[in-house]
Design a protein around this ligand. Structure first.
Ligand SMILES: *Cc1c(COP(=O)(O)O)cnc(C)c1O
Length: 346
């Protein structure tokens, strides 16, 4: 099977498993696991933040962050089109934290990426305390890279512009960096240049980095110490978690630079797909490891691919998403293209 369903489909490599087996461990929730502590310190430094906390998932990083920033009483979270907390976290921000989520309009042809003007318009005249009719704008959330936008990279300058508007209005800011390291490798901008200006920011180890479990949320010492309350409350505090944290450390050492291979493979896939009749994609829009293309009857198309040993995922009736990662090489891409050609012709 050439599995392009998601970069979450990777298996830990033998070398990663060896690092996990050799990990020094202790009781993580008593702060006695040296490997977890090493990973947290590493991520705090990487993201230009004071502190970090290891969590079981990226979803919990988002959930805790929203809980930290959103207060009871109609606080509003400004968020991009199809962002993960909006479409893939079971309504958590509303259910757990009472957030009103307002979707910001995207830049033309750049789903999930929005400009300073869109943020300003959404905030409107309702400066905090100024308009008792509107929800209170409180949090701006940015996703880097934009997952359902096809792995698009937020340009650093545009990010700073929207953060400036948030700062003018006293909003908290959050960076969903599930695939931040893909943006770092593709753009050459450092992780701390992207993440440092945010109140909270996190990276996932289970996407392109190829680890089996875990994500790390970073912020000020004060916010991370408060995050620990929710980690405990929601059952995210662990015991000998160094075994999984070791996979995160291994990934930061060995699986970051190689993301460039995933990006080259995604471009190779997009260029091949663009030549197939019945498939629509502009390869120039593929900036990292996610390829989204148009095809009629996406469900039937994916079922036919799967029958031939190639897995991709649908996004609605007429779009398909393919994601490259460390378990698929250039030969795998060429074989996937051969199957896509055959299926499209049929
Ligand atoms: C995968 C993902 C998440 C959630 O991370 P999990 O580790 O799967 O819980 C959040 N945001 C984005 C953009 C993602 O792609």
């Amino acid at each position: 099977m050439i599995n392009l369903y998601s970069d979450t489909q990777t298996r830990p490599t033998d070398a990663m498993r060896a690092a996990m087996a050799a990990a020094e461990v202790g009781d993580e929730q008593r702060r006695e696991d040296p490997t977890v502590i090493a990973l947290e310190e590493r991520v705090a430094e990487l993201l230009g933040q004071e502190a970090a906390v290891f969590l079981p998932s990226g979803t919990m990083c988002n959930a805790i962050s929203v809980r930290l920033h959103i207060r009871p009483g109609g606080d509003e979270m400004l968020i991009g089109e199809d962002a993960h907390p909006l479409v893939a976290e079971a309504g958590g921000p509303a259910s757990i934290s009472g957030a009103v989520m307002t979707v910001l309009p995207s830049d033309a042809g750049r789903p999930g990426i929005f400009g300073a003007g869109a943020v300003r318009n959404a905030i409107g005249g309702s400066s905090p305390g100024g308009n008792r009719y509107a929800p209170r704008p409180r949090l701006l959330s940015v996703e880097q890279t934009v997952n359902l936008g096809g792995g698009l990279i937020w340009p650093a300058q545009q990010m700073l512009e929207v953060l400036d508007v948030a700062a003018e209005h006293g909003l908290r800011t959050h960076l969903d960096g599930a695939r931040l390291m893909n943006a770092v490798v593709a753009s050459g901008v450092t992780a701390s240049d992207y993440a440092e200006p945010f109140d909270t920011a996190w990276i996932d180890f289970t996407k392109g980095l190829g680890a089996p479990v875990g994500a790390c949320l970073a912020g000020s010492r004060e916010l991370i110490s408060e995050a620990w309350r929710y980690k405990q409350m929601w059952g995210g505090a662990m015991r000998q978690a160094g075994v999984i944290a070791a996979a995160g450390l291994y990934a930061l050492d060995h699986h970051v630079d190689r993301l460039a291979d995933d990006h080259a493979n995604a471009r190779r896939l997009a260029e091949g797909l663009a030549e197939i009749d019945g498939i629509t994609i502009d390869p120039a829009t593929v900036e990292t490891n996610i390829v989204v293309f148009g095809v009629a009857e996406a469900d039937a198309f994916c079922a036919a691919l799967e029958a031939e040993g190639v897995r991709m995922g649908t996004l609605g009736d007429d779009r398909v998403r393919a994601v490259t990662h460390l378990d698929v090489d250039a030969d795998g891409i060429d074989r996937a293209l051969a199957v896509a050609r055959k299926v499209a012709a049929a």
